[in-house]
Design a protein around this ligand. Sequence first.
Ligand SMILES: [Ca+2]
Ligand SMILES: [Ca+2]
Length: 376
Amino acid sequence: MWVAVLDSGFYPNWRDYFDPGKILTDKARAFVAANANSNVNQWDVGSDPHGMAVAATVVGYRLVDDTNEGGWGTGYATGAAGTYDVPGVAPGAKIIPIKVCEPIGCFGSAINAGVDYITSLKKANPGQPIVINESLGGATLDATEKAAIDAAVKAGVVLVASAGNEGTAGMGFPGAYEPVVSVGAGGWVDQWNQYPDKTWWLDNVPENDINQVFVADFSSRQHAGQYPDVASTGRFLLLPYPCAQLYKDGDVSSATDVRTCASKATPDNASAAPFQYLFISGTSFSSPTIAGVAALMLQKNPGPSNADATFGTLGNPASWGPGSFERALERSATPIPAPNSVVTTFRTGVPDTESWGTDAVGQGWVYVDDARAAVR
Ligand SMILES: [Ca+2]
Ligand SMILES: [Ca+2]
């Protein structure tokens, strides 16, 4: 399964984090590159760590837990020094990094070009399951973006997008467009509850109790004409998030290994993050979680797609309908009781009350085994 990550590309030291065998470098592209120029080869010159964190959600990454420099204060995130392979949702998937974003934002023309490119890959490899992940979004859907998405989905590409982090301000596009699989974010009520224990993320999360999950307050709520599909994990995921801004626009210093990055970050850019990993939140990470689940479903059976979605007309959400892949995923989801409210814990140990209504939950929470069972 190929998962195209339309995002900010990779940093030059991406091999510190990823098994190169999981990254399809020959298919990687940049549709926006250094200084916002187009250069298809500059997908790994870096500008923002977001794209690597999204990719790591899908295929996993290497965690070097030896510097006490993660975004969790002091102490080891695993409880002991060492180098660990953190599994992703779909460890057997291959990532196609597609750079369409710079720190100032994601460019619509680059996003559309990236979608078109993946459509061409799908047409050249019709038997190959391909998922696009877009952990990005904008307020509107225009005709050009709709045409690009429609062509991809009709070709059999499964497009997964974040619902958005705008809370009550509503969803963004393309997530709100029904032929796209949209993903809201939640977490585990027990996370950080033993603060300052930092190893809760290694605990065995109960997978048979919907009351163990919550919907995050930032996860975009449904407005009229918007289609939230499912919710998944997007709260305090430990992911690579190195040296924010350090590799901006390809201006790469020597010695980019993970141990020296922290000491270089501050002189290079005062706002750079002085660590290599971060417990990070957002529908940016629940979306690739479901992109990984989609890859697992397509690994089991490459047949289902959303090519039979109802694409309707621009500006008329009532004319849009889901495809059969999306319906199978939604049917497999467990409804989240709503309205509801729980008390969980922030990373700082402070109590955190999370409340949500029926406008936040879509068709429910995705459990991987249930989603895989939905295809045969
Ligand atoms: Ca949808
Ligand atoms: Ca739907």
